[in-house]
Design a protein around this ligand. Structure first.
Ligand SMILES: [Zn+2]
Ligand SMILES: [Zn+2]
Length: 356
């Protein structure tokens, strides 16, 4: 590490099975185009759990996860002019991309032809080391990947907007969600509860599709106009061929056929959940008859993430969160695995100061 590297403290995974523990490490020095963010809050995404447990492939340890980061600007590089120390900012799932390819030129860095750099477990293009995420007191990020978080929003509750929010906002807006459109949301968890809030705020009529009666009631509270328990016989029937778009947030393999049947002509079923196993096959006639599409969508670009944050700032939209200290993270992971969270854990990084 260079002598001007920045000391950082965090919570790291040391193996696929051991609990996360405290770790002192170093951030790269603040370069001319960099911003250093003092982190206040970081959300716990199910991706964090999959990654540190090696469920999406082998990784190098120690690894600090976390890509739903909210903090304040603590330091700016000499070539950075748009931030001031103290600005309320966020960092999401990406910290770098090639910035030159077609997708990058369109502001869709998540589809960078060279592959974007993950906020954690990525290859740091500047230092050559492994990127470390937001369960930490500070992070150094290229200015382009820093987002303005509206001051009016609760900072802890805004953190999940950086992943769960944009992951649902991007397909909702790409497929023209607005007044007169009917949108289905499958799975009412971290992603799904944001999809319900955002789709209804965009003016669409929202139908939540869940497997639990309790979640159906919750979905109505979150803004869904209707909520169906998919496992109840005949529950989906009234909605056949009626939806313009379905955002499917379920993170495990499941049967898509009943969902495709809910789409009206030209409707799209969009997958956003990172299921490691395949979904069941769909019969050709299920999509042919009404020229239906099955699609997927990955997080969102920097420009659209900023648009989403500004929209949420204007409407007062945040995630429903459960705030925890760093000592609660391992227990929270178990509850994430069992979908026992309403709807996102957020870590208060001020608690890193205690209990060393
Ligand atoms: Zn995430
Ligand atoms: Zn690119």
């Amino acid at each position: 590490m260079p002598p001007d590297a920045i000391p950082a403290r965090g919570l790291a995974a040391f193996s696929p099975t051991a609990p996360l523990g405290r770790w002192d490490f170093a951030r790269r020095p603040v370069g001319p185009r960099d911003v250093r963010v003092a982190i206040d809050y970081c959300g716990i995404c199910h991706s964090d759990v999959h990654t540190v447990r090696g469920e999406w492939g082998p990784i190098s340890y120690p690894l600090v996860p976390g890509h739903e980061i909210v903090g304040r600007v603590a330091e700016v590089g000499s070539a950075v002019s748009r931030w001031q120390v103290g600005d309320r900012v966020g960092v999401g799932c990406m910290v770098a991309s090639c910035r030159q390819c077609g997708p990058c030129a369109q502001g869709l860095e998540q589809y960078c032809d060279a592959g974007f750099t993950d906020t954690y477990n990525g290859k740091d293009l500047v230092s050559g080391g492994v990127t470390q995420g937001g369960y930490s007191d500070t992070i150094v990020v290229d200015d382009h990947f820093v987002l303005r978080v509206p001051e009016g929003l609760d900072a802890a509750a805004a953190a999940p907007l950086l992943c769960a929010g944009i992951t649902t906002w991007s397909p909702l807006t790409h497929w023209g969600t607005g007044p007169g459109k009917r949108v289905g949301v499958v799975g009412i968890g971290g992603l799904g509860h944001m999809a319900v809030k955002l789709a209804s705020a965009l003016g669409a009529e929202v139908v939540a599709i869940t497997r639990s009666a309790a979640k159906a009631a919750e979905a109505r509270r979150l803004g869904a106009h209707d909520a169906v328990v998919a496992t109840e016989t005949g529950a989906l029937k009234p909605h056949r061929s009626s939806l313009d778009l379905i955002i499917d947030t379920v993170g495990t393999g499941h049967d898509l056929e009943p969902l495709v049947g809910l789409l009206r002509m030209h409707g799209t079923l969009c997958l956003v959940g990172g299921a490691p196993e395949p979904h069941s096959a769909v019969r050709a006639f299920s999509v042919i008859g009404k020229r239906r599409s099955i699609a997927g969508s990955l997080i969102g670009g920097i420009a659209e993430t900023q648009a989403m944050l500004d929209f949420c700032g204007a409407r007062g939209i945040t995630s429903d969160v459960e705030l925890i200290g760093v000592d609660g993270v391992n227990a929270a992971y178990e509850r994430v695995v069992h979908a026992d969270v309403r709807y996102r854990f957020v870590i208060d990084l001020a608690t890193l100061d205690g209990g060393r």
